[in-house]
Ligand binder design. Sequence first.
Ligand SMILES: *[C@@H]1O[C@H](CO)[C@@H](O)[C@H](O)[C@H]1NC(C)=O
Ligand SMILES: *[C@@H]1O[C@H](CO)[C@@H](O)[C@H](O)[C@H]1NC(C)=O
Ligand SMILES: *[C@@H]1O[C@H](CO)[C@@H](O)[C@H](O)[C@H]1NC(C)=O
Length: 359
Amino acid sequence: MIAWVCFVLATVAIVVDGNVIDGRKSLVWGPAIELPELDLPVRYFFVQLVGSDGLNITRPPQNSLVVGWTAPNCRLKRQTIDRHDGSFVVRFRLYDACDQVEFSLSTADGQPIAQTPYTIRKPSGRPLLAEHCDCGQLPTTDEWLTMAKCPAHFAQLDRDLANWSDRSVDFEKALNYSHQRWTGPEHRYSSAVCHYQIINNEHKYEPTVEQRAFADFFNYRYVINVDGTVAAYRLPFLLSGDSLVLKQDSSFYEHFYHEMEPFVHYLPLKGDLSDVIEQISWAREHPEQVARMIANARQFVHDHLQPQHIFCYHALLLQRYARLLINTPTEPNSDMEQVSKAAHDYYGQCTCDKRKDEL
Ligand SMILES: *[C@@H]1O[C@H](CO)[C@@H](O)[C@H](O)[C@H]1NC(C)=O
Ligand SMILES: *[C@@H]1O[C@H](CO)[C@@H](O)[C@H](O)[C@H]1NC(C)=O
Ligand SMILES: *[C@@H]1O[C@H](CO)[C@@H](O)[C@H](O)[C@H]1NC(C)=O
């Protein structure tokens, strides 16, 4: 009986599109594997199944990826997201500091994938930290930028800061101004340098429609990115799916918008959305261009919008902004309130140094 089972496993290859999945040729990559030294708020990697002919599998059978995990003495939550196009996002979340996390990847017929088994550990030998932990041993910004392999420049940042080429940000003045401007009784909800309020929106824009869960967006062939109160922050998520993104023209932007091109990464829509029907008709008549835009958008997300890229941008922004300050604030104002970290500790105690615990 056992011999028979083994025989079957060894000879039944999974055939897709007339193509056979080749485990070792399949691809595994992503931030959790490439940058283990960084404790970013999310850890994941990608798997792309590849056929024996070297081409990506695009229509795999159900449950074609098997993931096995080992994380000694650590609580770990794991998730495999099937993108239904031969690729997967494998995510894990740590609830404890962990010396290392091991995992193995195989196809449904038991072939090991790529370099399986994998071990994620920090080259420095320090433990991997739970995402929510603030362990207070932060490197300097320069060290972090190097660890994260950040680019030296973001084109948008250079453009945005060009007007302050001299050291000319007077933060005290800005703080005074925002204090005067936004602390009146009519601004009872908040006062901040970056300011807006949302009041009774739901009544202003009636009738509303039934809400869709985010995960269900990709059940649709086309998704529209429309501004809300400011830029629609969901754009990176939309671009990473397998639907065509129709992006509203807008004066709002995030730091990566200008690196994308209409008709290359997304289909543009006029600011007033008057051409929605026309653009969808165009998309229906041009399936090849649409498929290319979807693939380009996803590649863009892989290349520019992984967690380390977002953090690189913000680290560089804050570093460069700090250099522009005329007067660096050192003491908080007496009317500021310190918010304790403990108030945000939703996941229980943070153990920052695993080794110390075990001794
Ligand atoms: C296969 O998929 C990988 C990962 O998405 C991608 O980088 C590569 O360009 C694809 N190859 C082909 C031939 O489409
Ligand atoms: C820079 O200043 C010019 C002139 O005041 C203004 O038109 C432009 O919008 C500013 N650019 C940025 C990025 O703030
Ligand atoms: C900011 O406001 C304080 C208190 O009103 C004042 O003493 C200070 O001169 C102001 N600073 C600037 C740069 O306007």
